[in-house]
Design a protein around this ligand. Structure first.
Ligand SMILES: NC(=O)c1ccc[n+]([C@@H]2O[C@H](COP(=O)([O-])OP(=O)(O)OC[C@H]3O[C@@H](n4cnc5c(N)ncnc54)[C@H](O)[C@@H]3O)[C@@H](O)[C@H]2O)c1
Length: 327
C-alpha cells in the first residue's frame, strides 16, 4: 500500500515509517520539521517537507502520490501548553486535521489512522481505562483529538473512509540506539530522568507525592514505541474489515518513583529527585485496558516491562546525548 505518514519525522511516527517500510509498504512522509528530525526518517521513505496548515501544497502532495492510506501523527502535542494556549492546540490540531481529511476525501484515500490520546479520559472514573470509559477530555489538546475522532465517524459515514483511532497512553523507549526521543522542550518523564543521568539536568521534579497511589506519586502506563508502531501496522491491515477504536497501553502502571528507581539501576547514576507541587489536572492513575486490540488484532506488547523500555531509551540517549543535534 502507498501510505502518507504525517509527522513521520517525529518520535513515534518515525518508528511507524520504519515498520511500514519493513512490511513492504511504500511510504511518503509529510513533516514540517517543527519538532521532527530529517535524520529520523527511514531512507526507504520519500520525504516531503510541508506544513499541514497550507492546503495548496498539501493537495499537490496528495495528487502527486495518491496515497491509499494516511497515518496522522503530526500535531501540537504538549498537554500543559494547551492549557495556556488553547487556541493553538484546538486551532492547529482541528484545522490541520480538517485540511488533511478534505484532501484525503477528495483524492479517494479510504484508510486513515489517527494518533489519539489517553487525555480523552481526563480524570477517569475507573482503571484500567477501556474503550467504554466516559470521554471527558482533560485539556484543549485532548479535546482537539476528541473532535478529530468525531470527524472521522463522518468521514466513514459520508465517504466510506475506514479509520482507526488509537489512543496512546505514555509512549516511551527507543527503537534503536540510532533513533529515539528528541523533543524541545522535553516534557516526558523517561527522557527527563535520563537527562539527569547524562548530567544535563541537576535533578528531576516529582509533581506531587500525596496522590492516592501506593507510593503517593502518579501511576502511568508506559508503552514502547515499537509496540505502538506495531499496533498501527496491524490496524492498517485490518481497516478493510471496518473502522475501529483502541486504547493502547501495557495494562500495567508504574509510579514516578518506580521509573526513577529503574533509571537509577539502568544508568548507575543516583538521579536526585525533589518533590514539587501537583500539576493541575493530573489524574492519580492512568492505565489502559487494551483487551479489545489484543482480541481483535492479536496485538500484544513485546516490551511490556519498564526495565526494557528504560534500557532502550538509555541506549539511545547515551549514544546521542544531544539527540539529533540538528537545531
Ligand atoms: N508521545 C506520547 O506519549 C503521546 C501520547 C499520546 C498521543 N500522542 C500523539 O502521537 C503523535 C506523535 O507524537 P510524538 O511524541 O511522536 O510527537 P513529535 O512531536 O515527536 O512528532 C510530531 C511530528 O509532527 C510534525 N508536525 C507538527 N506539526 C506539523 C504540521 N503542522 N505540519 C507538518 N508536520 C507537523 C513535527 O515536526 C513532528 O515531527 C501526536 O499526534 C501526539 O499527539 C503522543
Amino acid at each position: 500500500m502507498k501510505v502518507l505518514v504525517t509527522g513521520g519525522a517525529g518520535y513515534i511516527g518515525s518508528e511507524a515509517v520504519a515498520q511500514l517500510c519493513d512490511a513492504g509498504h511504500e511510504v511518503v512522509v509529510l513533516d514540517d520539521l517543527s519538532q521532527g528530525h530529517r535524520a529520523a526518517v527511514d531512507p526507504r521513505a520519500t520525504f516531503v517537507e510541508g506544513d499541514l496548515a497550507e492546503r495548496a501544497p498539501l493537495r499537490r502532495t496528495f495528487a502527486a502520490h495518491r496515497p491509499e492510506a494516511v497515518m496522522h501523527f503530526a500535531s501540537q502535542t504538549l498537554v500543559g501548553e494547551s492549557m495556556e494556549k488553547p487556541f493553538l492546540h484546538l486551532g492547529d490540531n482541528v484545522r490541520n486535521g480538517l485540511n488533511l481529511l478534505e484532501c484525503a476525501a477528495e483524492q479517494g484515500t479510504r484508510r486513515f489512522i489517527l494518533s489519539s490520546t489517553a487525555n480523552l479520559f481526563g480524570l477517569p472514573e475507573r482503571v484500567p481505562i477501556d474503550e467504554t470509559a466516559r470521554i471527558d477530555p482533560g485539556s484543549p489538546y485532548g479535546e482537539s483529538k476528541h473532535i478529530l475522532e468525531r470527524m472521522l465517524r463522518w468521514m466513514d459515514d459520508r465517504f466510506g473512509m475506514r479509520y482507526a483511532a488509537l489512543r496512546y497512553f505514555n509512549a516511551a523507549g527507543a527503537a534503536s540506539p540510532d533513533r529515539g526521543e528528541d523533543h524541545d522542550p522535553e516534557t516526558h518523564l523517561v527522557p527527563i530522568v535520563l537527562q539527569v543521568a547524562l548530567g544535563q539536568r541537576e535533578q528531576v521534579t516529582i509533581h506531587g507525592d500525596d496522590y492516592d497511589t501506593p507510593d503517593g506519586t502518579c501511576v502511568r502506563d508506559y508503552i514502547h514505541i515499537v509496540d505502538l508502531a506495531d499496533a498501527h501496522v496491524r490496524a492498517l491491515h485490518a481497516l478493510d474489515q471496518g473502522s475501529r477504536t483502541y486504547n493502547l497501553g501495557n495494562g500495567r502502571g508504574y509510579s514516578v518513583r518506580e521509573v526513577i528507581e529503574v533509571a537509577r539501576e539502568v544508568t548507575g547514576h543516583p538521579i536526585p529527585a525533589v518533590v514539587g507541587p501537583r500539576r493541575p489536572g493530573d489524574p492519580a492513575v492512568l492505565v489502559a485496558g487494551s483487551e479489545r486490540i489484543r482480541a481483535e488484532l492479536g496485538w500484544a506488547p513485546r516490551y511490556g516491562d519498564l526495565r526494557s523500555i528504560v534500557e532502550s531509551a538509555w541506549a539511545w540517549h547515551r549514544a546521542h546525548p544531544h539527540g539529533y543535534a540538528d537545531r
